[in-house]
Design a protein around this ligand. Structure first.
Ligand code: AMP
Ligand code: MG
Length: 271
């Protein structure tokens, strides 16, 4: 899945990444779904281990256009994990109190503690995406934010947080289909916002904003993955594989406290 990781410092072009790509799984959807089940099970046991070891922190960031599948991915990938150690933080338009602070204030407050996984459904990247597209702050203000973000994420990394960032890349046509479905299905209609159609008109501006954000903030310590997201099953497979592989690479171990197991068992038997 390394092919979807954006190399730091290299100019990255979204047009080189097809939302329809299914990599080595072209025509092998069934195999992909089976593998997804395996990855999920791996994530479940690795998350237990992360929690037990109480040493590492994992931050997973999701960004996408509306309908890109942020909610669905989070549900599919973290399906079986122990909710005690996993938290989802969703970032909406900032409140007045949040706006009274710097834009990273509300973000830092939600970052994971030791043993925890925190999933960001939207993030500080909104402050160089929607904020840029809608001129919510002047250009000379948002321009500086790429550097802030890199410094902020570097600090988290230096202090023991592993960071993964996923852009769920759908096509504009796919968004249209998903919006249609949302309108057609009563159990999905609540997700539809009239404002979503206005945002859709700004698609090219959003793509420019994503391209620049990803180019400038894909770093060694906090890489971006551009995930082909037109097919849900492949999107889920890519994300879960990256997360499982990353957790494995931490070489975690269950704590092995030095206790007198035989003695303790004897006491329990004889009580
Ligand atoms: P949803 O995720 O569909 O519930 O929508 C949340 C909305 O909040 C989206 O329209 C985001 O663009 C918006 N949002 C999130 N963060 C910010 C931010 N920092 N500034 C302005 N709007 C934001
Ligand atoms: Mg929405």
């Amino acid at each position: 899945m390394d092919r979807y990781r954006i190399e730091p410092g290299k100019k990255f072009k979204l047009e080189d990444y097809s939302p329809n790509d299914t990599g080595d799984f072209e025509g092998k959807k069934q195999k992909g779904i089976e593998l997804l089940a395996e990855r999920r099970a791996e994530i479940d046991s690795l998350q237990e281990l992360l929690y037990a070891e109480h040493k590492h922190r994992l931050l997973v960031v999701f960004q996408a256009m509306d309908g890109g599948g942020k909610d669905g991915t989070i549900r599919a990938v973290f399906d079986g994990v122990n909710p005690q150690g996993v938290k989802v933080a969703s970032f909406k338009a900032p409140s007045q109190t949040e706006l009274d602070h710097d834009y990273l204030w509300r973000i830092h407050a939600q970052t994971p503690g030791k043993g925890e996984i925190v999933v960001f459904n939207r993030s500080h990247y909104e402050d160089v995406l929607v904020v840029r597209v809608h001129n919510l702050v002047p250009k000379d203000v948002w321009k500086k934010r790429y550097d802030h973000i890199n410094a902020f994420e570097h600090e988290l990394y230096d202090e023991g947080t592993t960071i993964l960032k996923f852009f769920l890349n759908i096509s504009k046509d796919e968004q249209k289909e998903r919006f249609m479905e949302r309108l057609d299905m009563p159990e999905k209609r609540w997700k539809f916002n009239e404002g979503d159609l206005e945002e859709r008109k700004l698609w090219p501006l959003y793509m420019e904003a994503f391209e620049e954000a990803i180019s400038k903030t894909s770093t060694k310590w906090a890489p971006w993955y551009v995930v082909p997201a037109n097919r849900n099953w492949y999107r889920n497979l890519v994300v879960s594989t990256v997360i499982a592989d990353t957790l494995k690479s931490l070489n975690m171990k269950y704590p092995n406290p030095e206790i007198d197991v035989t003695g303790l068992k004897k006491r329990l038997t004889n009580e």
